[in-house]
Design a protein around this ligand. Structure first.
Ligand code: HEC
Length: 104
């Protein structure tokens, strides 16, 4: 990289740094229901709440279903996902799976 112009090197560094925290899917309408605890980017905002960023989409989707039908019996999560339609759970699982893990 020694013979590259300084500006090009800087552009490469910025590109690589930025690429680690980019969200791809469309922002779900119901993200606000989850962000208070899990953060918009899936990095939990409170102790005792799991980070969701970068988790497998199929795992997240299954977990949401389990909270909704009571197989996972956790009151806060049941209240959060209870009123949501299947398509909304799909969108939330896809969103959180696509977030980059930004914690060490
Ligand atoms: C009041 C805080 C709170 C809110 C709001 C909330 N969650 Fe949670 N969530 C939790 C806690 C606490 C757990 C851990 C529960 C357990 O022990 O299973 C959890 C667990 C989860 C898990 C399972 C993670 C895993 O690794 O198994 C998923 C997925 C999830 N939440 C998604 C969501 C989504 C999507 C929303 C919005 C619709 C939401 N949560 C809203 C607190 C919250």
């Amino acid at each position: 990289m020694a013979d590259l112009p300084m500006r090009l090197k800087l552009a490469l560094v910025l590109l690589l740094a930025g690429a680690s925290c980019v969200a791809a899917p469309v922002r779900p309408l119901r993200l606000g229901l989850c962000a208070a605890c899990h953060g918009e980017d899936g990095s939990a905002t409170q102790p005792g709440v799991p980070d969701l960023a970068g988790q497998r989409e199929d795992y997240l989707r299954a977990a949401l279903e389990q909270y909704r039908d009571g197989r996972r019996d956790v009151a806060v999560m049941r209240a959060a996902v209870g009123p949501l339609a299947a398509a909304e759970l799909d969108a939330l699982a896809a969103w959180y799976a696509a977030q980059a893990r930004c914690r060490p």
